[in-house]
Design a protein around this ligand. Structure first.
Ligand code: AMP
Length: 229
């Protein structure tokens, strides 16, 4: 099974990706995480894309496709499929993913869209803080740390992603509406889309996704998507 986890910034793709990969044995690619890692490492790619990411704009389709193609070329190894998190994000990227999967001899993807209202997204993103040491993420609006701006586990400072600051969040949501939302329509027309209510706690959202995937695979006549165990 190959999956695309789709949704606006702040819809919970990162959290649900971890659960999905663990349950279904999928190999995870978050294009956003990979781009941030390239920036931190100061690679030529990182230098090229830093400003665009910090301003909330999309990286070019060409550079994004190179990243995804390189990832898929490494193969599946022990994994049972791929989970693409944050890709495709434009209509041309839909075609690029089709090509990349075809080149690798893989079947099409099931697309799970996490639907979350805009005011919730804004709270989730602007309240998000990441611990530089243990990498845990918290939301200062939903669960305040005991010491202001310090991680409860390691007592070291939290940081906020540059692109999580309020002005950039507005731009990311605008870019999502303009360039990314049309991708949903395309997958809906192809019958590859499951829309999921992305509100509520992590476990309930995950349960909804699993149910949708079970339906999806029954309709597609596939047996391969049942979780292990
Ligand atoms: P994310 O962590 O998924 O919100 O991604 C953070 C940023 O990385 C986005 O705002 C874009 O600048 C860039 N990015 C991630 N995925 C893509 C993609 N598929 N196409 C273009 N830019 C992307």
């Amino acid at each position: 099974m190959n999956l695309v986890l789709f949704g606006p910034p702040g819809s919970g793709k990162g959290t649900q990706s971890s659960l999905l990969c663990e349950t279904y044995g999928l190999r995870h690619l978050s294009t956003g995480d990979a781009f941030r890692a390239a920036i931190r490492a100061g690679t030529p790619l990182g230098r090229d894309i830093k400003t665009r990411i910090e301003q909330g704009e999309l990286v070019s389709d060409e550079l994004t496709a190179q990243l995804v193609r390189g990832f898929v070329k490494q193969g599946l190894g022990e994994f049972r499929g791929y989970l693409f998190d944050g890709f495709p994000r434009t209509i041309p990227q839909v075609g690029l993913l089709d090509d990349i999967l075809k080149e690798a001899g893989l079947a099409g993807v099931a697309v799970v869209n996490l639907d979350v209202p805009k005011d919730t997204l804004i709270l989730r993103i602007t309240g998000r803080r990441v611990c530089l040491d243990c990498k845990r993420t918290i939301n200062v609006y939903f669960k305040a740390p005991s010491l202001p701006d310090q991680c409860d586990f390691r007592v070291c400072p939290f940081t906020q992603r540059v692109d999580d600051q309020p002005a950039t969040v507005q731009e990311r949501l605008r870019v999502y509406d303009e360039q990314t939302k049309p991708v949903l329509m395309e997958y809906e027309l192809r019958g590859q889309l499951a829309n999921i209510d992305g509100t509520g706690n992590v476990d309930s959202v995950f349960r909804r996704i699993k149910n949708a995937l079970a339906d999806f695979n029954m309709n597609a006549g596939e047996a391969a998507a049942s979780p292990e165990g």
